[in-house]
Design a protein around this ligand. Sequence first.
Ligand code: COA
Length: 587
Amino acid sequence: MADAALRPLRVLLLAHGFNSLTQQVFARLRARGHVVSLELDISDAVTQEAVALFRPDVVIAPFLKRRIPEAVWRQHLCLVVHPGVPGDRGPSSLDRAILRGEARWGVTVLQATGEFDAGPVWATASFAMRPATKASLYRHEVTRCALAALSQCLRRIERGEGAPAPLPPQPGARAWPLLRQAERAIDWSVDGTEAVLRKIRSADGSPGLADSLFGERCHLFDAHPATPQALAGALEGAPGAVVARRANAILRRTADGGVWIGHVRRAASANAGEGDAPLKLPATEAFAEQAAQLPELPVPLLRDAAEWDELHYAEHGEAGARVGVLRFAFYNGAMSTRQCERLRDALRALRERPVQVLLLAGGPDFFSNGIHLNTIEAEGQAPGGSAADASLRNIEAIDDVALEILTITDRVTVSALCGNAGAGGVFLALAADEVWAHPGVVLNAHYKNMGNLWGSEYWTYVLPRRLGQARAMELTQARLPQPAADAVREGLLDACFGDDAEHFMALALARALAMASDAGHARRIADKQALRAADEAAKPLAAYREEELTRMRRNFYGFDPSYHVARYHFVHKLPQAWTPRHLALHR
Ligand code: COA
């Protein structure tokens, strides 16, 4: 969607939430020169009012859970993004495609009519399926295809053309109802690892796979295959038995192997109120007592990648020109105190490794989204717990990670973003010397949406050093998503390349190897050390941290509860009551 528009259109985005795809469409259409406004789908009356106020040339619904009101689609061209192939209809398209083991799937842009997903097809795009969660396919492949398909639609509208000739439906495609949990239930006595993974992934991130653990109903998320070596070190047990733990995950036997389950949402207790709904949490925290009884199976950082853990490290290249790649695949990019401590310890241990460049690769779907708001909320809800204390502990722990990166001065550090980054996760990436991403990555370099949180992670050091003080403040106040290519243009990122995450990582490794063997490497390290020393003399990192934490303590413990309220709304996914004014131009 990079080319300039032939003529600027007034585009109203109508969405259930300002999710990653909607953010991309919003930012990219604006970059093309269109006038874009957003209305969240709160009620039919609000949608009609938005249309009347904005008078759009086209309404685009990138992510909608309800029908567009008839009064709107009858009078305005409304295009709906459906994550399915032409002819496929229904709310569980991607879930079903994963369950059926489809080799290819697609995205269709349809014109809204009285029937769900049944209007004229304006554009389609298809992708090869990957063994990944529904949310991961959505954030990568579906988003890329939706952007390409919308681009075709907008070109037609810019040229004054209508819908293209009707497409024949894909063989086998049909209208499907909402997928019920019973249709993907795991039968632990017969389902092998492949089937268990497919079922859990089809429901991950939402609604999760309904199952039970330790005799209690729950939903499962974040599943990974276990190796025979891991199973050999675990307890004996029948299929379905929980037989070990590692990091945040528990190991469960399947009919022919085992799976690590990283996240779980327990069932609500019978007398729970509306605000007590259990949260999606690391499995070892959701079932802390039971998990503590299990044998722990730790693994070294440097190991075969098939052996699952959130942290993984590998080295590439010749001695004297080596690159270390540290992956930290924290589910949803959320980093709890414990996860931050593990990452800090890993970074410390890696100081001993003889590498010239350290690539910080984050996870496949997110680089980082900052502190773990769900574990903070859960700690606050626990008897005698304090969300303020838990928040401060988590911030101190993520600051320690940032400090560790900032003080690595004997090698070049590069953050390589395979997925999006938000809030503190962006500033964690900026702690490295260079920051690279692929064009599908979106950054949300601001904290303000979380109840006016001031922010930490040394952002007051790392952001102005790239953008200058004035632009740094402007960016954090504007609260807008920024695609990686735009971020490079203003110097927030250093480079944006590759077709997708996989291609990007291959290119990033090649670039890092070239940097590691570059004749100017020693000079670069000397310059880096001199700059860090000069910066430290001008204002110590400890001073930045203390200033930020002073403001954060006020957010956590002060009389204004905005942060606690915003966190509560976020973790419980409460519907928005209005569209944020900085996104709704028409209001
Ligand atoms: N803590 C816990 N969970 C988080 C999280 C965090 N910091 N950031 C994201 N998540 C979870 C979401 O709840 C969601 O969970 P789900 O799997 O149950 O659906 C999932 O990650 C994806 O997030 P979502 O908001 O749907 O992704 P997005 O791409 O649409 O938006 C952000 C990305 C970063 C804009 C948005 O997730 C966000 O604002 N996160 C909070 C960032 C923050 O304030 N961090 C704390 C200060 S450092």
